[in-house]
Design a binder for this molecule. Structure first.
Ligand code: PAF
Length: 281
């Protein structure tokens, strides 16, 4: 497995491979890898010959500087996992490589109304930062396909909107959420959960599962109301939102007949903010 710190070294590695017709997949990450990320690598292998994983903790997508500071960076562990998973190359640039003019480099594109809903309401500007770095990574790798986890459902939608905005010929693959045995969605942030938080965190997957299992029994409003009740009286858990939304617009669903429906949740568990979702249809 090769490691690259600069765009030019990465380009020199990829150029002959592309010339010989190899398909390239990009798996963008911020490190602190878990089996969810490895599932992206595994799936990438079914679409491409060469798998490039990027590890870059992107400052422009953090709305809280403390969150950026405490973001886990277990780099040796990450590289060992990627090597074992059969990743071809890892791109690990520093901040100056990605933001030569400084991390306050101006970027604003139209990502559609969904940018301002759900996560966009709680983390202002977050998706501008995400699409800014993903565009830079796409430019550096020029992959045929790029893999993203369904856990960040809104992120995938925003990246697809960014792709449409620039008309980039890259196929976006969304990989299913990988869960712990008890249902908690895998996340780099889970490392911050205390034993009590870890127990409390199960409320997210339980409330989503309830809505999925009882979808045919209640109205949308009743389902939302019943899901929100799961959060009542749990000390140390603060619900930001629970919604059943249209999967294309992320607007609150008006009818069960909409083409695509997804239940999405975000909650603070102790001091860790978690998100999760389940696609209903
Ligand atoms: O999902 C993530 O880890 C990040 O948002 C991404 C896509 C790597 C951009 O920094």
């Amino acid at each position: 497995m090769e490691i690259f710190k600069t765009k030019s070294a990465l380009e020199a590695f990829l150029k002959p491979l592309k010339a010989s017709g190899k398909k390239i997949a990009l798996v963008p990450t911020m490190g602190a890898l878990h089996n969810g990320h490895i599932s992206l690598i595994e799936l990438a292998k079914t679409y491409a010959d060469i798998i490039v994983c990027s590890i870059f903790v992107n400052p422009t997508q953090f709305t809280d500087p403390k969150d950026l500071e405490k973001y886990p960076r277990p780099i040796e562990h990450d590289l060992a996992m990627l090597n074992e998973a059969g990743c071809s190359g890892v791109f690990m640039p520093d901040i100056a490589e990605m933001y030569p003019q400084g991390a306050d480099e101006n970027w604003h594109i139209d990502l559609g109304k969904a940018e301002f809903l759900l996560e966009g309401e709680f983390r202002k500007g977050h998706y501008q930062g995400v699409t800014q770095i993903v565009k830079k990574l796409f430019d550096a790798v020029e992959p045929d396909v790029a893999m993203f986890g369904q856990k960040d459902f809104q992120q995938v939608l925003m990246i697809k909107n960014m792709l449409a905005y620039f008309q980039l010929p890259i196929k976006i693959i969304t990989c299913p959420i990988i869960r712990e045995d008890d249902g908690l969605a895998m996340s780099s942030r889970n490392i911050h959960l205390s034993p009590v938080d870890r127990e409390n965190s199960l409320v997210l997957s339980k409330s989503l599962q309830y809505v999925t299992d009882h979808f045919n029994e209640f109205s949308l409003d009743e389902l939302e109301e019943k899901a929100k009740r799961f959060y009542h009286g749990i000390e140390g858990v603060e619900l930001d939102y629970f919604t059943i939304a249209n999967g294309d617009t992320l607007e609150k669903a008006k009818s069960k007949n909409e083409n695509s429906l997804v239940a999405l949740v975000a909650a603070k568990v102790g001091s860790t903010r978690l998100i999760d979702n389940m696609i209903i249809k």
